[in-house]
Write a protein that binds this ligand. Structure first.
Ligand code: ADP
Length: 259
């Protein structure tokens, strides 16, 4: 529970951090656009002035590039360390965390198939994914409603969800009775930094991280949503008894083995 609380605090810190970064990045872009705009207006004026505005734009762009480099190295710093995971156990272990995340006025319904197949994924990333889905459900419900989290075993045909490969999958779904997504929001929901939430609240990274995690693990993500009714986001993870099909960078694997 202690580690989970730290995880929630970390997620909040990441949220504030990325919100701040988006703000800084916008400011830098404003400098770039402003510099180019002034340079264009001054094209027939003194050459020295034009060059000064272009120099300002260049500096803004250079700072923005440095910022995205830092952001990327931060994003890469969490390696994928897969192990055999029973998602049923993992979700049961998150109940306090989910209650705290959702607050008292959102009811949580947990329906875990007792036969849920194991999968071979990074448990911390799966936990992060579920926390992100719970936060999205909470935000969509404006503090009141019901969230259902369920696991099920499913057999999918090729491309039945996204571009999934045919096979057996553990389906982990989170359903809310919230506002739902318009087709416009649905179309962009997986894009990094796409958010409809106010600055500081949304980062637009939740669903894109989940998409990355599912794909790296050989799975998929599907969304079903109806405006005014609610949303279901389902993560599909390949059924795996043993270490297989998961691409781990050799250096990461070595580091894990040396631990
Ligand atoms: P964030 O939550 O920080 O905005 P996400 O990538 O998790 O970033 O979500 C992107 C957008 O997708 C949200 O801003 C919201 O508009 C929409 N969205 C995600 N989950 C839900 C949901 N359960 N119900 C309604 N809209 C959602």
């Amino acid at each position: 529970a202690e580690a989970q609380l730290r995880q929630v605090q970390k997620m909040e810190a990441v949220g504030q951090l990325t919100g701040g970064i988006a703000h800084d990045f916008n400011n830098m872009l404003a400098v770039v656009v402003g510099g180019i705009d002034l340079a264009q207006r001054r094209l027939n004026g003194p050459r020295r002035e034009v060059l000064m505005h272009l120099q300002n734009a260049m500096e803004g762009a250079t700072r923005a590039a440095a910022l995205t480099r830092r952001l990327l190295s931060f994003a890469r710093s969490e390696p994928l360390l897969p192990e055999r995971v029973d998602s049923r156990d993992l979700i049961n272990g998150m109940s306090d965390l989910l209650d705290r995340t959702l607050g008292e006025r959102i009811k949580v319904d947990v329906e875990l198939d007792p036969e849920t197949w194991p999968s071979y994924v990074d448990p911390h990333q799966l936990e992060n994914a579920i926390v992100n889905l719970a936060v999205n459900a909470r935000d969509a419900m404006d503090g009141q409603g019901m969230m259902r989290i369920a696991t099920a075993n499913v057999t999918l045909a090729a491309n039945e969800v996204g571009d999934v490969r045919p096979g057996q999958y553990v389906k982990i779904s989170v359903t809310d009775t919230g506002c739902g997504m318009t087709s416009d929001v649905l179309e962009h929901a997986f894009e990094p930094f796409f958010t409809t939430k106010p600055v500081g609240k949304g980062t637009g990274l939740g669903l894109s991280q989940i998409f990355g995690f599912a794909h790296q693990s050989g799975g998929e993500v599907g969304i079903e949503s109806e405006v005014g009714k609610g949303t279901t986001v389902a993560i599909y993870l390949p059924r795996t008894e043993v270490e297989a099909k998961v691409r781990v960078h050799p250096a990461v694997q070595r580091a894990a083995e040396e631990d």
